[in-house]
Design a protein around this ligand. Structure first.
Ligand code: C2O
Length: 562
């Protein structure tokens, strides 16, 4: 903010530094959380929305802007909003995960999220971060480069935000509450949506669909967001190639593909050249799931690219989505991702490692005397990181940390599995986890290498793991068990992709690196909401550095109380 004032004073003195001035904007948004009746799949239900919209409003900002969002809660549920991927340097209070960085905003209350976007540009998303409210409480964040700074790719003629999500006919809060009390898996969604619409589905042929209006011979930037709760998705447009230019608000080396893979919490920017003369072309969003024993929503959402001047009677050109278990398509896409690593946008991969961590991520089964459904058999499905099923505290971890309130969490989160086993082989007979509210503590600026290893307990599954407060570099990935001797030799420490959410492959592992240069308490969890609910979550506590600029700011005065 300091330099903003200097520029403002210069302006008052009549010095023309306009381009610099406009960088220093403060953007005000008002998010009214309200219930609204929506009709989808031929039935109507009340959903929780921001300002009555599904998907919610897009939040626009420029790199360097300060954003103030006043969130007013007018619904019966407690609410928080998370700005997924915004680094929140020193402003962890505005991060949003309930009981991690803040107590929820209660009915009738409001809270102003106040943060500055530094060193980031591209597409991110905002979403509710409590229970399953993000099913309908979500929207895009578009961070434009500073004024006068071009994109490192051809300037598009126009930009569109494309939000993928899931739709349940029933109330999603009831779905998860029922699952948690029965011990069984929650019901899967009834359809996927593209900008709020499933497209024509057999269950409801009259269902509306989203249309993307284009002109021939232009280039469009699509800002694609996966806001679904539980499904990784493939995205395709009939007869059009996609040039990937950015993921999770970091630029990548452009590459062409006909299909992108996008996990919940991820964002992908693609350029599309409209190289046809006219016509209608189908867009599909379809599920990716390698394991067949887990129930999924396999209803493909559709939308249409519509060239101007095309007759209404023109049939839509179709495309076939990849098979649900198309690992080869998924791997090809992931392996093609590389940081742009240009002079202006270098890949700052930590070359040395202070904390070498190995976390298993997967499921488990714990006793549950109250889980009386026959299929549950007095047990419940849980999920864990290094065999710890995270227990939500009653007050926010960040508050407990800042105000030195003891008894809320412990700092003994294990850096390695407590009992090593053949992670991707036959699961151990005892699949029970331990419960705890444990964090892993890091000194300011420590470098971390973290290997996330999927386990085959119950079923191997992909886990789109999201880390709050940081971007990380994906330095390696592979199938089977991670080999600490051989695998690091193959790590890419030059131009690995930089993200905030990664897919741990089913029955495999992913290695990431980051620098703990942001003091606070930072949640890390699977972005499949069902796994988060089951306990696949933990937090890093990053200490303050020595300098004031390396210190967590004090909480805002309107921070909600528990
Ligand atoms: Cu997008 Cu902790 O979440």
């Amino acid at each position: 903010m300091g330099s903003c004032w200097v520029r403002l004073i210069l302006l008052l003195l009549g010095v023309l530094v306009l381009p610099a001035i406009v960088e220093c904007r403060v953007r005000h948004y008002k998010f009214n959380v309200v219930t609204k009746n929506m009709t989808r799949l031929c039935s109507t239900k009340p959903i929780v929305t921001v300002n009555g919209k599904f998907p919610g409003p897009t939040l626009y900002a420029r790199e360097g802007d300060t954003v103030l969002v006043k969130v007013a809660n007018h619904v019966k549920y407690n609410v928080t909003i998370h700005w997924h991927g915004v680094r929140q340097l020193r402003t962890g209070w505005a991060d949003g995960p309930a009981y991690i960085t803040q107590c929820p905003i209660q009915t009738g209350q409001s809270f102003v999220y106040n943060f500055t976007i530094k060193g980031q540009r591209g597409t991110l998303l905002w979403h509710a971060h409590i229970q399953w409210l993000r099913a309908t409480l979500h929207g895009a964040i578009v961070i434009l480069p500073k004024r006068g700074v071009p994109y490192p790719f051809p300037k598009p003629n126009k930009e569109f935000v494309i939000i993928l999500a899931e739709w349940w006919k029933s109330d999603t809060e009831a779905v998860i509450n029922e699952a948690m009390s029965s011990g069984l898996a929650p019901n899967v969604s009834d359809a996927h949506t593209i900008n709020g619409h499933p497209g024509s589905v057999s269950a409801c042929p009259s269902e509306g669909s989203y249309t993307l209006p284009v002109e021939s011979g232009k280039t469009y930037l699509l800002r694609i967001v996966n806001a679904a709760l539980n499904e990784e998705l493939f995205f395709k447009i009939a007869q059009h190639n996609l040039t990937v230019v950015e993921v999770d608000a970091t630029y990548v080396k452009p590459f062409q593909t006909d299909t992108i893979l996008i996990t919940p919490g991820q964002t992908t920017n693609v350029l599309v050249t409209t190289d046809r003369n006219s016509g209608k072309y189908l867009i599909t969003a379809s599920t990716f799931m390698e394991t067949s024993i887990v129930a999924i929503d396999n209803v493909t959402a559709t939308a249409t690219v519509h060239y101007s001047g095309t007759l209404a009677s023109t049939p839509t050109m179709l495309t076939k989505p990849p098979p649900q278990n198309a690992s080869s398509v998924a791997n090809r896409f992931n392996n093609a991702l590389r940081s742009l690593d240009s002079k202006k946008y270098p890949a700052m991969v930590p070359k040395t490692v202070d904390h070498n961590l190995f976390f298993t991520v997967g499921l488990g089964v714990n006793p549950c005397p109250t889980c009386t459904a026959a299929a549950a058999n007095l047990s419940r499905v849980v999920a864990a990181v290094n065999n710890v099923t995270f227990v939500m505290p009653n007050i926010a971890l960040l508050q407990a940390h800042f105000f030195n309130i003891s008894g809320v969490f412990t700092t003994d989160f294990p850096g390695n599995p407590p009992t090593p086993f053949n992670y991707t082989g036959t699961p151990p007979a005892n699949m029970q986890t331990t419960n705890g509210t444990k964090v892993y503590r890091l000194p300011y600026n420590a470098t971390v290498q973290l290997v996330l290893q999927d386990t085959g307990i119950i079923a191997p599954e992909t886990h789109p793991v999201h880390l709050h407060g940081f971007n990380f570099f994906i330095v390696g990935r592979g199938l089977g068990n991670y080999n600490p001797k051989k695998d690091p030799k193959k790590f890419n420490l030059v131009d690995p992709v930089e993200r905030n959410t990664l897919g741990v492959p089913s029955g495999g592992w992913t290695a990431l690196r980051f620098r703990a240069d942001n003091p606070g308490v930072w949640f890390m969890h699977c972005h499949l909401e069902v796994h988060t609910s089951w306990g696949l979550k933990m937090a890093f506590l990053v200490d303050n550095g020595k300098r004031p600029s390396q210190t967590l700011l004090p909480p805002p005065s309107d921070l909600p109380q528990c």
